[in-house]
Design a protein around this ligand. Structure first.
Ligand code: BDR
Length: 342
């Protein structure tokens, strides 16, 4: 059995069993009679909101869930949390979206695995009266109510500025991307490339797809290092590619390659402390989750709210990790989340 199927069935089927069949049938009947705009709290009066991430095994999604859970508790809404095990499995995520809508939800907070493949399932959810907030990773089209996440193009530009500064504007660079279709990481890659092109003595000699898991990113980075003994700098677009590249640099015993990565977890922060990683662009997934719940509740109640909300980025370096008083300042050029969005 497909793990994703098994994992999701356990989650949502159990949840559906928890919501009386009557409530679900009533919701469907009223939605049919009153039109797709009818949204109904289930029998216990709580709105039901589903947060669907795009890949397990990363601290990033746990942090996002924690932020969403806190706001859901504050607002008294029911929060479901699920997602496919791997960020390259759009079909599994589409099944989860459809199952969540069928189970009777008032809003969907979605981190799209693929910005094109999830467009149609989101349109169908909206047509059924479900409010949709896109979180973290961009989606094609405009059927959803709002986007909340990092300004990913700007963040990619900031990464390039940092690497250019570390290399004093010259040298051969490699970029390790995640997978095609990933809105967030592909936007970072676009921002990175556009900024690098402004430096005539910096050459992007490798633009490789690292794949959804750190093992694949390890292998791809090893091959890149093998092709370029004189590589001067490397940029990775997220937690798993950064971890894979860190392991590859260690395995190849390559010193002196300047390294800017994305996201953080204990191993990556240790890599900064040990000076193997020069800087990490650290996002604020907890803020994304919290704002997404609030935006969804506003959309359900018809309260005007921003169509796009950018959460902050911090540039973590050895300096601001080891000197507690030097808090990681927001990276230049990105937008801090407004404290509240109303
Ligand atoms: C990564 O996927 C992106 O969508 C998130 O922003 C994060 O950088 C998960 O590792």
């Amino acid at each position: 059995m497909d793990h994703a199927e098994g994992h999701s069935e356990l989650g949502l089927r159990g949840r559906t069993a928890g919501v009386s069949v009557t409530a679900v049938l009533l919701r469907s009947l009223l939605a049919a009679v009153l039109g797709a705009s009818a949204t109904l709290a289930v029998a216990d009066g709580k709105l039901r909101i589903a947060l669907l991430h795009k890949g397990s095994f990363l601290d990033f999604w746990d942090d996002m869930h924690a932020g969403a859970r806190a706001t859901a508790a504050e607002l008294g809404v029911e929060l479901l949390f699920d997602g496919p095990p791997y960020s390259d499995n759009a079909p599994a995520q589409i099944k989860l979206v459809n199952r969540a809508v069928e189970s009777g939800i008032d809003a969907l907070l979605l981190v799209p695995t693929d910005r094109a493949a999830l467009e149609e399932p989101v349109k169908k959810a909206v047509a059924r009266g479900v409010k949709v907030v896109i979180v973290d990773s961009e989606l094609n089209g405009s059927s959803y109510s709002a986007f909340v996440g990092t300004d990913n193009v700007a963040a990619g530009r900031v990464a390039a500025q940092k690497l250019a500064s570390l290399l004093e504007g010259q040298g051969k660079l490699a970029m390790i991307r995640l997978i095609q279709g990933s809105g967030s990481t592909e936007a970072r890659a676009r921002g990175f490339r556009s900024e690098i092109e402004r430096h005539p003595k910096l050459r992007l000699v490798e633009d490789a797809l690292g794949g959804a898991l750190e093992g694949a990113a390890f292998r791809v980075t090893k091959e890149v290092l093998g092709r370029h003994p004189d590589l001067a700098g490397i940029f990775c677009v997220n937690e798993s590619t950064t971890k894979g590249a860190l392991l590859a640099l260690r395995d190849a015993r390559r010193k002196g390659v300047r390294f800017v990565g994305f996201d953080s977890n204990p191993e990556l922060l240790e890599g900064v402390r040990s000076k193997e990683i020069d800087a990490l662009l650290v996002q604020d997934p907890a803020a994304m989750g919290a704002h997404a719940v609030r935006l969804a509740v506003d959309a359900i109640s018809g309260k005007p709210s921003p169509r796009q909300l950018h959460t902050g980025i911090k540039l973590m370096t050895q300096e601001n990790l080891t000197r507690p008083e030097a808090k990681a300042a927001p990276a230049p050029g990105t937008i801090e989340a407004s404290k509240r969005h109303d």
